[in-house]
Design a protein around this ligand. Structure first.
Ligand code: 26Q
Length: 718
C-alpha cells in the first residue's frame, strides 16, 4: 500500500496515569468542572464522570490502533450489520482495560459503589436478539485477538422498545437511550458521507465510447459517523464500531427554501432524520416497509463510501488489489444491498468496467445466514426499488441476467431451475430475493451451527450449493467469555482463576484443566458457594422486578429469549401447569424438587400469538404464586424487559437452561452457550448449537429430549 499518512505512533508518555489516585482526581474534575455537578448528585452523573475518566484512558490506544490498521499491509474485515446489541460498556471496558480494581478503590474514596454506578448505564439496545448480540460478541473477540475489524451499523435514536407488563400484557414503550448523552460515542463529522435516494438514471457513452450510467435528480441525505471504542482484553487494541446517523443536507434545504417552502424544507429535514430514528423490533420478518429498505441502503452506501475514502487516501484511484485488503461480512441479508452498491460505486463513480467491478465484489463480499424459516427470507418488491433505488435495480437486473446465463450453461434447457434460482421472483409480486443476491455476489456463504449449515445446503440453498459447493461453510456461533463469564460472574471467575490461573479468559479450552477437580469435595463446596451467591443476586432482581420471592434452595429453571412459537415457551408453560396440577393432586411426593421457573423475552409488537404466550405465562404465575397450597414447591415469574444487562445477572444464577426449540428451527442459539459457560445444566432438543454443546459435554451431562429434525419432518408429512 502506498503510504501517504504521517504514521507516528503516540509515545507511551502520552498515556494518562491509571492508578487509583489519578482516577479519583479525574473523576472529581469531570463531575465538578465538566458536568457541573456536586459529589452527592444523581448517580447517573457519577456514572458519566467515571465513563469520561475511563474514555480518556482509551483514547491513546484507540488512535494508535487506528494508525496501525491503516498502515498495515493486511486484509481488514468490515462487519456490516443492522444491529449491534452491545448493552452496557462501563464495567466491560474496565475489565478489558485492566482497570477494575483501581477504579473500585477510587470510587470507595468517595464512598461510592462501582457496581451501583455501572447500573446507571442505559443498555445500548441496538438490536433484537441473537443476531445483534453475536455482532457485539464478535467485536469483543476480534479486538482481543488483535484482528483488524471494523463494525458498521446504524445509530438508532430509539433502540429496542422497553417492555412493560401491564395486567399480564406486554406494553411497548420507546427507549430513549441517548437521553442524557452517551459517553462512549465520538462524533466524527469530518467523515460525513452523502447517500442518494429516488431520482432517475441516464445512460450515455463516456469519451472513450464506453456505455456509462449516472443517477440524477436524487434526494440526498447525510450520514454522520459516531465511533464507539471496542476494547480488546488487556492488549492495547481498541477497535471501532462506526454507527451512522442520518440528517438532511444543507443543499437540499436551501433549494426548497429559495422556492419559498420554508416549512416544507424543515419538514424534509425531519424526513431525512427518520431514517435512523428507530430499530425495527422484529426478529423474524416484516416485509415490504419502505423505511426499512432505506435504512438498509443507508448503511450499505455510507459504509462502502467510507471504506473507499480510506483506501483512496493511501492508494489513489488504483483498485487493482483492493480485494486483497477487504472483506465485507454481511450479517444476514439486511445489508445485502451492499453487493449492488459496491458495483454502483465501482462502475459509475470509479469508472471500472463490469468485469473488474464484479471481480472485486465477488472477492470481498461474504454472507452469513441466520435462519431457515422460509417466511423470514427477505424479499423486496421491485416497484419499491424502482422508486427508491432505480440505479441499484438496474444493476441487480444485470447481475441476474449474467448469473442466469451461467445457470443455463451448466443446466441447458432447465427453465424451471432458472426460475427457481433467479434473483428476481416473478409472482405473486415481482420481488428481489435478497438472499440470492447475497449468495451470487459473495465468495463465502455460512450458516451459524453445524446442523444449520448442513440444512442450508440440503434445503433452502440446495440449487446454489449444487452450483458452487465450495462457497458454503459453517461458522458455529460463539459468545465472548470476557463479558459472559469474567465480567458477569465474579465469584466463579475468582474460583476458576484460583485453581488454574486466568489465561482461560482468552482461551476457554483451558477450562479442561478443571476436570480433575470435578470430584474434589472442597472444590465442589466452593463451586456451590459461588452458585448460591449468584442465585441470591438473581433472586433479588426477580423480587425487585416481579415481586416474586424465589427461595434459594430451589432449582432455578430459566428460559429467556425472544418469544417465538418455534422456541416453544408454550411447551415450557404447559410443563409448569402440569407441575402445578401434580401439586394440587397430591402427587408431589418426598422426592419433589422445589422449582422456580423464570421466563423473560420480548414479543414483536405485531406478533399476536407471542403476545398471548406472555399473557398466559403471567396468568399462570399469578395463580401458582397466589395458591397457598403450593408453598415453596413451585414459583413462576416473568421478568419484564429482558435485555443484555439482565442476562448478565440471569446466566450466573441459573441451574437449568431451557433450550427447547423444535428441531431444525433454531439456527444456533447463543443463550445456550452463556448458560453452559456459567455452569448451568441444559435441557434441550437436538437443534442448533445444542448438538455441538452436547457432543462437547457428553450425553450424560445434557438432558436431551424431543424429536430429531428427520422425525419432525416425518411427523409433519403424516
Ligand atoms: C427482518 C425484516 C424486517 C425487520 C427486521 C427483520 C429482522 C431483524 C432481526 C429479521 C431477523 C432478525 C434477527 C434474527 C436473529 O437474531 N437470528 C438469530 O441469530 C442468532 C445468531 O446467529 C442465532 O443464534 C439464532 O438461532 C437466530 O435465531
Amino acid at each position: 500500500m502506498n503510504d501517504q499518512h504521517n504514521f507516528c505512533m503516540l509515545p507511551d508518555d502520552e498515556r494518562l496515569p491509571s492508578d487509583a489516585k489519578a482516577l479519583e482526581q479525574d473523576f472529581h474534575r469531570y463531575l465538578i468542572h465538566h458536568l457541573g455537578r456536586f459529589l452527592g448528585c444523581n448517580p447517573y452523573y457519577q456514572f458519566k464522570a467515571l465513563s469520561y475518566t475511563l474514555r480518556d484512558r482509551i483514547m491513546t490506544d484507540w488512535l494508535n490502533t487506528w494508525k496501525q490498521h491503516s498502515k498495515a499491509k493486511q486484509r481488514r474485515a468490515f462487519y456490516f450489520s443492522m444491529e449491534f446489541l452491545i448493552g452496557r460498556s462501563l464495567g466491560n471496558n474496565l475489565l478489558n482495560m485492566g482497570l477494575s480494581d483501581q477504579t473500585e478503590k477510587a470510587m470507595e474514596s468517595f464512598s461510592l459503589e462501582l457496581e451501583e454506578l455501572e447500573e446507571q448505564e442505559h443498555d445500548a439496545g441496538l438490536g433484537n436478539g441473537g443476531l445483534g448480540r453475536l455482532a457485539a460478541c464478535f467485536l469483543d473477540s476480534c479486538a482481543t485477538l488483535k484482528l483488524p475489524m471494523l463494525g458498521y451499523g446504524l445509530r438508532y435514536e430509539y433502540g429496542m422498545f422497553r417492555q412493560e407488563i401491564e395486567n399480564g400484557f406486554q406494553v411497548e414503550e420507546p427507549d430513549q437511550w441517548l437521553r442524557g448523552g452517551y459517553p462512549w460515542e465520538l462524533e466524527r463529522s469530518e467523515y460525513t458521507q452523502v447517500v442518494h435516494f429516488g431520482g432517475r438514471t441516464e445512460h450515455f457513452r463516456d469519451p472513450e465510447g464506453h456505455p456509462r450510467a449516472r443517477w440524477v435528480d436524487t434526494e440526498d441525505i447525510l450520514a454522520i459517523p459516531y465511533d464507539v471504542p471496542v476494547c480488546g482484553y488487556r492488549n492495547g487494541v481498541i477497535n471501532t464500531l462506526r454507527l451512522w446517523k442520518s440528517t438532511a443536507t444543507d443543499v437540499f434545504n436551501l433549494a426548497e427554501f429559495n422556492a419559498g417552502d420554508y416549512v416544507e424544507s424543515v419538514a424534509a429535514k425531519n424526513e431525512a432524520e427518520h431514517i435512523t430514528m428507530v430499530l425495527y423490533p422484529n426478529d423474524a420478518s416484516e416485509n415490504g416497509k419502505a423505511l426499512r429498505l432505506k435504512q438498509q441502503y443507508f448503511l450499505a452506501s455510507a459504509s462502502l463510501q467510507d471504506v473507499m475514502r480510506q483506501w483512496e487516501l493511501a492508494n489513489g484511484q488504483d483498485y487493482s488489489d483492493f480485494a486483497e485488503y477487504h472483506v465485507f461480512q454481511l450479517n444476514d441479508t439486511h445489508p445485502a444491498i451492499s453487493v449492488a452498491e459496491l458495483m454502483r460505486i465501482l462502475l459509475d463513480e470509479k469508472k471500472l468496467d463490469w468485469d473488474q467491478a464484479w471481480s472485486i465484489t465477488r472477492k470481498t463480499m461474504a454472507y452469513t445466514n441466520h435462519t431457515l424459516l422460509p417466511e423470514a427470507l427477505e424479499k423486496w418488491p421491485v416497484h419499491l426499488f424502482e422508486s427508491l433505488l432505480p440505479r441499484l435495480l438496474e444493476i441487480i437486473y444485470e447481475i441476474n441476467a449474467r448469473f442466469l446465463k451461467e445457470v443455463a450453461m451448466r443446466w441447458p434447457g432447465d427453465g424451471d431451475r432458472r426460475r427457481r434460482m433467479s434473483i428476481i421472483e416473478e409472482s405473486p409480486v415481482k420481488s428481489v430475493r435478497m438472499a440470492y443476491l447475497a449468495i451470487v455476489g459473495s465468495f463465502s456463504v455460512n450458516g451459524v451451527a453445524d446442523l444449520h449449515s448442513n440444512l442450508l445446503k440440503k434445503g433452502l440453498f440446495r440449487d446454489f450449493h449444487e452450483l458452487w459447493p465450495e462457497k458454503f461453510n459453517n461458522k458455529t456461533n460463539g459468545v465472548t467469555p470476557r463479558r459472559w463469564l469474567a465480567y458477569a460472574n465474579p465469584p466463579l471467575k475468582r474460583l476458576i482463576s484460583s485453581e488454574i490461573g486466568d489465561e482461560w479468559i482468552c482461551d476457554l479450552d483451558r477450562l479442561e484443566q478443571l476436570k480433575p477437580l470435578a470430584e474434589d469435595p472442597d472444590f465442589q463446596a466452593r463451586w456451590r458457594q459461588a452458585k448460591q451467591e449468584n442465585k441470591a443476586r438473581l433472586a433479588r432482581l426477580v423480587e425487585k422486578e416481579c415481586g416474586t420471592v424465589f427461595p434459594l434452595d430451589s432449582l432455578f429453571d430459566v428460559q429467556v429469549k425472544r418469544i417465538h412459537e418455534y422456541k416453544r415457551q408454550l411447551l415450557n408453560v404447559l410443563h409448569v401447569i402440569h407441575l402445578y396440577d401434580r401439586i394440587r393432586r397430591g402427587d408431589a411426593g418426598p422426592d419433589w424438587c422445589n422449582r422456580c421457573v423464570l421466563f423473560g423475552g420480548k414479543a414483536a409488537p405485531g406478533y399476536q400469538m407471542a403476545k398471548k404466550i406472555i399473557k398466559l405465562i403471567n396468568n399462570v404465575a399469578e395463580i401458582v404464586n397466589g395458591d397457598p397450597a403450593v408453598g415453596d414447591r413451585l414459583k413462576v415469574a416473568f421478568l419484564p424487559n429482558y435485555r443484555v444487562s439482565s442476562m448478565e445477572v440471569i446466566a450466573p444464577g441459573t441451574d437449568l437452561s431451557e433450550q427447547i426449540s423444535t428441531a431444525g428451527k433454531e439456527a444456533s442459539g447463543t443463550g445456550n452457550m452463556k448458560f453452559m459457560m456459567n455452569g448451568a445444566l441444559t435441557i434441550g432438543t437436538y437443534d442448533g448449537a445444542n448438538i455441538e454443546i452436547l457432543n462437547a459435554v457428553g450425553e450424560e451431562n445434557f438432558f436431551l429430549f424431543g424429536l430429531k429434525v428427520e422425525e419432525v419432518e416425518a411427523l409433519r408429512r403424516h
